[in-house]
Design a protein around this ligand. Structure first.
Ligand code: FE2
Length: 126
């Protein structure tokens, strides 16, 4: 499966392309450091400036959180979960890290495929 990667939309001139890239891209929001063995909150949001449709045949159907090559969690959504209106899917997770992480999220659109976030490094202290 082709993986679409996030591009910095401030470098893109065409409004339609900025919208297309932003509304499909997952963004990982979390602190830069965590404590080993303690719960750590990670938010994934799909779209930063733009909203994605929530139509019966076109919606964000799943979001995954990865640490490097390891998948940590997946959330599955149905058409209509976001009120059948354009929105930004948000998933809050609490994970318990044991070592430093390189977090990344994937979002899947039923029409436009798989999208990968930028990587976010988290230092985990003992
Ligand atoms: Fe889409």
């Amino acid at each position: 499966m082709k993986i679409n990667r996030y591009e910095d939309i401030s470098q893109i001139e065409r409004e339609a392309k900025r919208d297309y890239i932003d509304r499909h891209s997952a963004f990982v929001h979390c602190a830069a450091s965590a404590v080993k063995g303690e719960k750590f909150k990670v938010k994934i949001q799909v779209g930063e400036e733009y909203k994605h449709p929530d139509d019966f045949d076109h919606y964000i159907s799943w979001v995954q959180l990865w640490d490097g090559e390891k998948m940590l969690a997946q959330t599955t959504l149905s058409a209509g979960t976001m009120g059948s209106a354009p929105s930004q899917v948000e998933v809050d997770l609490y994970i318990v890290p044991t070592k430093s992480m390189k977090l990344m999220a994937h979002a899947f659109c039923t029409k436009h495929g798989l999208w990968q976030s930028n990587e976010v490094a988290v230092e985990v202290a003992e």
